[in-house]
Design a protein around this ligand. Structure first.
Ligand code: TYD
Length: 212
């Protein structure tokens, strides 16, 4: 996406399941919104036609081939990019997005695809300005899902799979990636997120409000 038409900022939250990224995304959204920034929260998989199919896949992953699975995530992202992300970036919004293409590299990479090939297949999607990768021991994440959230593990959340996912997240390098140790308290992780975001705002041409 040409910089001349992109006025907004894209901040994505990435990491293995149960690292608290969705909680942290909400906290960040509330702060930015409270300060008067034009902020928009969204997520992948989306609630669109492909996102709905992906949610079916959570419980019967074996019914889909790896290529079909990858194609579904890419189709969902294309729709998201064209219908929401690019228009919002052109309008100058700060987008906070729960999962983006690094998740495809890590999760579909864990399925057997080469992570860099997966990233290359995402070339239609604008690069984020900041990707926060949340990491914590996989066991901690699983305990958060099963005891704290009272959920059962879906097909993506099995321990062995998440270990591979975490390895790929740890191995991927891009200039816009910052890593967040998610094993701290909600408040300390929130402060760390804010520090990265305020640094981005100060470094970008985005008009800053109420900078501390
Ligand atoms: P998650 O953030 O847990 O969404 P929800 O709270 O709606 O369940 O993401 C759902 C799962 O989808 C998660 O286990 C990771 C997986 N996923 C992929 O495998 N590839 C992708 O490209 C994305 C975006 C998610």
């Amino acid at each position: 996406m040409g910089e001349e038409i992109k006025k907004g900022l894209l901040i994505v939250f990435e990491g293995t399941d149960g690292t608290g990224k969705s909680t942290q995304l909400k906290l960040l959204f509330n702060v930015l919104h409270g300060e008067g920034y034009p902020v928009l929260a969204t997520r992948e998989p989306t609630d669109g036609q492909y996102g709905k199919k992906i949610r079916e896949l959570y419980v019967k992953r074996e019914e889909y081939s790896p290529e079909e699975e990858l194609e579904l995530f890419l189709a969902d992202r294309k729709e998201h990019v064209n219908n929401l992300l690019i228009p919002a970036l052109k309008q100058g919004k700060i987008i906070v997005c729960d999962r983006y293409f690094l998740s495809t590299a890590a999760y579909q990479g864990a399925l057997g695809f080469d992570p860099e090939t997966v990233l290359a297949r995402n070339s239609f999607a604008p690069d984020p300005d900041l990707a926060l990768i949340f990491h914590a021991p996989v066991d901690t994440g699983i305990t958060r899902i099963t005891s704290a959230r009272g959920d059962t593990l879906n097909d993506f959340e099995q321990t062995e799979n998440l270990e591979k996912v975490a390895e790929i997240f740890a191995a991927v390098h891009r200039p816009y990636i910052e890593r967040i140790d998610a094993s701290g308290s909600i408040e300390s992780v929130h402060q760390e997120v804010l520090n990265h975001v305020y640094t981005l705002l100060a470094d970008s041409s985005f008009p800053t409000l109420n900078l501390q």
